[in-house]
Write a protein that binds this ligand. Structure first.
Ligand code: PLP
Length: 494
């Protein structure tokens, strides 16, 4: 039998080979990085990484697979770091974290292509609500309130970096419309929901740590993570095409085990782009789970409620927040509210980050840290629109509710039509409930191929990871009529 020294010799030999191969691999990764840089391609190609992992795992004995997975992911990370460092050497004006490959947003790019298509059949790329005439949908009550704000107020700075007390109170009251929140809280006004997601994200993780986001989700989460030098881990929301919390819980456990800290984004209700809402019971289960997990390390839950006000029953939509009252000592619950959708005020760039914790001092500490960051990035927010929100809630709330109900009814007609025709056409659709978007599963197809084929048929959509997003919010009923049949025909040819 071999003794310890023999085994060590064998390991030394293996390590020598690995060392040699490692250097060859890094060298090659550097050359690939150079080609990517010249072509303006991003350093990370997550889709390719996943394909490689899948293929390699098949070659690995089952008992080694979890270890091999970590090994392969580490290799990817090291290659990316090396490619970034080479880039940084080439562009001394930027720091090592800066990614200077040309920035492009898939949704904006697809919208531009749709605009240039003379035979356009449907532009389902735009994530804002349009009316049945195809124009941006505007809530009159909001713009009446805006008109009632005097010019100096609109022109002036906000009173505080965190926004005005009246605005923060009005947002809190709006979220707490069922009077079901009893936790200490603080709020920081932000430029849109984007800022409200960014603050807790940027202040809870160390660079290099993993942020947990839904597998199919809004692309800006990844951009924020990259900007902050964070890695991204994902959780599936669906199991057998039904809402399931298992994937989220499993991924949370793994991250906590690995980095002893968890920050997770939950885009609920009306998840973009699936259109699912979890409901109070699921939230109760989640809060119980996160409380338990928080015994191992701090948990920050970012609840992105950008589409909250388009639930079918908007007045009951915040029902689930009562579950949040149960959060324990080591948990922060941050609600990212956006006036873009709730007020049809996309360009007004206003949102609010509401921090809820078990103890007032924790909320105060998070608040101070968020305020500093706000001051350093955007300073204060749109004063005129903050005042508009306060006035709307104070003077025109009934009209606002009625108008929004019309918008919700309009969206529902569109989703009903698309879904019923999808059923007739046999077009697979992910389980939609409510909100701006309906998503189609790729069902083994490649996203680019689907997008290309649909665009050839003058239908424009945005790829969202393992799904294709149809923005029913910006399609008229006439444009939706027949769309599912046409999409089915096109996808069948792939
Ligand atoms: C999921 C999600 N969260 C947040 C936002 C925030 O948008 P804004 O910064 O315009 O409020 C959006 C906008 O598209 C979104 O889709």
């Amino acid at each position: 039998m071999n003794d310890l020294n023999d085994y060590r010799k064998q390991i030394d030999d293996i390590d020598r080979k690995i060392t040699e191969l490692f250097q060859q691999r890094m060298e090659t990764a550097g050359r690939i990085g150079e080609i990517k840089r010249l072509n303006g391609a991003p350093i990370r190609d997550e889709k390719r990484e996943n394909e490689i992992i899948e293929a390699r795992l098949e070659q690995v004995e089952e008992k080694w697979q979890p270890y091999f997975l970590r090994f392969q992911k580490n290799l990817f990370e090291l290659s990316r770091d090396y490619q970034k460092s080479l880039n940084a050497q080439q562009e001394e004006l930027l720091n090592n974290h800066a990614d200077f490959s040309p920035y492009s947003d898939a949704a904006f790019k697809a919208t531009n292509r749709a605009h240039n298509d003379a035979k356009l059949r449907a532009d389902a790329t735009i994530g804002s609500l349009h009316d049945e005439q195809g124009r941006l949908f505007i809530l009159d009550s909001v713009y009446q309130s805006y008109a009632e704000i005097d010019e100096r107020t609109k022109a002036g700075y906000a009173d505080h970096i965190e926004g005005s007390d009246e605005f923060n109170q009005a947002v809190f009251d709006w979220l707490n419309r069922l009077n079901n929140l009893s936790l200490p809280h603080r709020s920081v006004a932000t430029p849109g929901g984007t800022g409200a997601v960014f603050l807790p994200l940027a202040n809870s993780l160390e660079s290099g740590q993993h942020l947990l986001i839904p597998e199919i989700s809004w692309g800006a989460y990844r951009t924020m993570a990259a900007t902050l030098s964070l890695e991204v881990a994902t959780y599936p929301l669906l199991e057998d095409d039904q809402l399931s919390l298992n994937g989220l819980m499993q991924a949370s456990l793994e991250i906590m085990e690995h980095q002893k800290r968890l920050t997770v984004i939950i885009n609920d209700p009306c998840h973009n782009p699936i259109g699912l809402s979890m409901g109070k019971e699921n939230w109760q289960k989640l809060i119980t789970f996160f409380n338990k997990l928080s015994q191992q390390g701090p948990v920050t839950i970012i609840n992105d409620v950008a589409y909250l006000d388009y639930c079918h029953d908007p007045l009951q939509a915040t029902d689930y927040l009562s579950a949040v009252n149960a959060i324990e000592d080591n948990v922060a619950f941050c609600i990212a509210f956006s006036c873009s959708k709730s007020l049809t005020g996309y360009g007004m760039r206003l949102g609010d980050c509401v921090i809820l914790t078990r103890h007032q001092q924790q909320a105060d500490h998070l608040f101070s840290s968020y305020c500093r960051m706000a001051r350093s990035i955007w300073s204060s927010v749109n004063n005129g629109f903050m005042n508009t929100f306060v006035r709307l809630m104070d003077q025109h709330k009934q009209q606002y509710l009625e108008e929004k109900q019309q918008a919700i009814a309009m969206l529902k007609k569109r989703s009903d039509l698309f879904l019923s025709q999808a059923r007739q056409a046999g077009l697979a659709v992910l389980p939609y409930q409510e909100g701006f978007f309906i998503s189609l599963p790729l069902s083994g197809r490649k996203a680019e191929q689907c997008i290309e084929a649909l665009e050839a048929a003058h239908i424009y959509c945005v790829p969202f990871g393992k799904a294709i997003r149809i923005a029913i919010c910006s399609l008229t009923l006439t444009q939706i009529d027949g769309l599912a049949f046409r999409i089915r025909e096109v996808l069948d040819q792939i």
